[in-house]
Design a protein around this ligand. Structure first.
Ligand SMILES: Nc1ncnc2c1ncn2[C@@H]1O[C@H](COP(=O)(O)OP(=O)(O)O)[C@@H](O)[C@H]1O
Ligand SMILES: [Mg+2]
Length: 240
C-alpha cells in the first residue's frame, strides 16, 4: 500500500530579522500516513507538532524537505512546492484541518460555520444544515446555540463546532490538533467513536492528542518529535 502522505526531511524555521536569529520550529521530520489509518505525532511542548500540521496545510511554508500527497487519481503533489491555487483546491476537496482553536468569520451561526466545507463542495445548504445539526447534536452542542455565532462560546463549545466542521466533509486526509483537549469525558468518547468511524470509511489522519491514552486507542502509527536545536545553540556547541 502506498502512503497518501509521505513527509521526508521536513523542516521549518522562522527568521527574526531584527535580532538576526533563526527560530527552528520543526526539523528533519519523516513520517507516512495511510488511507484508513491514523498517524499520531507525539513529543513535548515545543517539539514542532503543530508546525508539522501547519506545513502540511500550508499555513506555514516549509523551509526544507518534501511532503508528497497522492490524490484519488494517484497524482502526486509535493505540498512543500505546490502553488497557492493547487493548495486551495486540495483544501476544498481533499485535506481538512481541525485546528487547535476555532477560526471563523464573525456573525455567522454555528450551524453555518459547520456547513461551510460541504457548501464549498457544492452540497445544497439545507442538506448541509441537516448534516451539521446531526453532528452538533452528536457532539453535545445544545440546540439553543446552533443559531448563535460561536465567538461567545466557551472553549469546549468552540472546540465541538471546530470538530463538527472538520468532520462534516469527509476529507481524504484530516489533520487534527488536540481535538479533545477541552472536552468532557462523554464528548471525548463520542469523538473517539467518530474518529473510528471515519477511519473505517477510509479517511487518513495525522493527529496530535493531549492524552497518551488517546494515542494508544486511536493511532496505527506513532511518530515522536524532539524539540529542534536552535542554530545559535549549534554554533555555541561547535565553539566550545
Ligand atoms: N509562527 C511562529 N513564529 C515563531 N516561532 C514559532 C511559530 N510557530 C511555532 N514557532 C516555534 O516553534 C516551536 C514549535 O512550536 P509548535 O509547533 O507549536 O510545537 P508543539 O505543537 O509541539 O508544542 C516553538 O518553539 C514555537 O515557539
Ligand atoms: Mg501544538
Amino acid at each position: 500500500m502506498q502512503p497518501i502522505l509521505e513527509i521526508d526531511g521536513l523542516s521549518k524555521h522562522f527568521q527574526l530579522h531584527e535580532q538576526n536569529k533563526l527560530i527552528p520550529s520543526c526539523a528533519n521530520v519523516h513520517l507516512q500516513v495511510y488511507t484508513g489509518q491514523l498517524t499520531a505525532l507525539i513529543g513535548p511542548t515545543g517539539a514542532g507538532k503543530s508546525s508539522v500540521l501547519k506545513c502540511v496545510y500550508r499555513t506555514y511554508l516549509p523551509s526544507g524537505g518534501r511532503m508528497v500527497y497522492r490524490d484519488a487519481e494517484g497524482h502526486r503533489t509535493d505540498l512543500a512546492q505546490a502553488s497557492e491555487h493547487r493548495m486551495l483546491e486540495l483544501r476544498q476537496r481533499d485535506i481538512g484541518f481541525v485546528t487547535q482553536f476555532l477560526h471563523c468569520l464573525p456573525r455567522r451561526s454555528a450551524l453555518d460555520v459547520v456547513c461551510e466545507p460541504l457548501v464549498a463542495q457544492g452540497v445544497e445548504r439545507e442538506a448541509a444544515r441537516a448534516r451539521a445539526s446531526e453532528l452538533l447534536g452528536l457532539l453535545n452542542v445544545p440546540e439553543r446555540l446552533w443559531g448563535v455565532p460561536p465567538a461567545t462560546f466557551s472553549g469546549g463549545e468552540k472546540q465541538r463546532v471546530n470538530l463538527a466542521r472538520g468532520l462534516i466533509a469527509r476529507p481524504r486526509l484530516l489533520l487534527l490538533d488536540e481535538p479533545t483537549a477541552s472536552l468532557d469525558p462523554t464528548t471525548t468518547e463520542r469523538v473517539i467513536g467518530l474518529i473510528n468511524s471515519i477511519k473505517a470509511e477510509g479517511v487518513a489522519m495525522l493527529a496530535i492528542f493531549h492524552h497518551p491514552d488517546l494515542v494508544q486507542r486511536l493511532a496505527d502509527r506513532v511518530v515522536e518529535l524532539t524539540p529542534p536545536v536552535a542554530v545559535s545553540d549549534i554554533l555555541e556547541t561547535c565553539a566550545s
